[in-house]
Write a protein that binds this ligand. Sequence first.
Ligand code: GLN
Length: 213
Amino acid sequence: MKIGVIAVQGDVSEHAAAIRRVADARGVDSEVVTIRESGLVTECDVLLMPGGESTTISRLLASDGINSEIEAHVERGKPLLATCAGLIVAARDPQDERVQSLDILDVTVNRNAFGRQKDSFEAPLDIDGLEEPFPAVFIRAPLIESVGDDVTVLADWEGSPVAVQQGPVVATSFHPELTADTRLHELALFDDQQSTAADDETQPADDTPEAHQ
Ligand code: GLN
């Protein structure tokens, strides 16, 4: 399995480490490819789009021609997990003309709304498909203001969606890659997750919520 991590900017190494942990725990033969140029996305089975700075990420994706490759990946129904700035770049309407949106997720976001209210915080979050609360780390997080009919809300926090799914795309306002808990990566990127959830070996031994910042 080839796993692509969009690596033009942002917390790339954390995502790569998280997905390696998942693949190792599942005994999946995997290769992690960091993507900074066009021509690599098409080889990938799944994609991760990390947090960082959405205006910078979207500008670099567009100038390198990676944006249309990501759009094609999703059109083919291949999984993509987008977190924080990745969610903003994926959104149909980022409400900021400096973000060159991929328009692969039918949501409207307010880029820094969450962050201004509460700069960074961690909260236990109930997420559809996960049995126990997930330790969600929010850092200058985007607020999802509205979702389209085809979007499923997987989790909300204080009345706003913070984890959503539309077809093969799962997106979160928070940073699952900054904890030792890999369940969200599994939920988003391994579609057999439900059937193997009861298998102890799929659960990482060091499941303790722990932020690495
Ligand atoms: N608010 C940032 C942006 O607009 C995203 C923050 C993050 O990814 N931690 O890009």
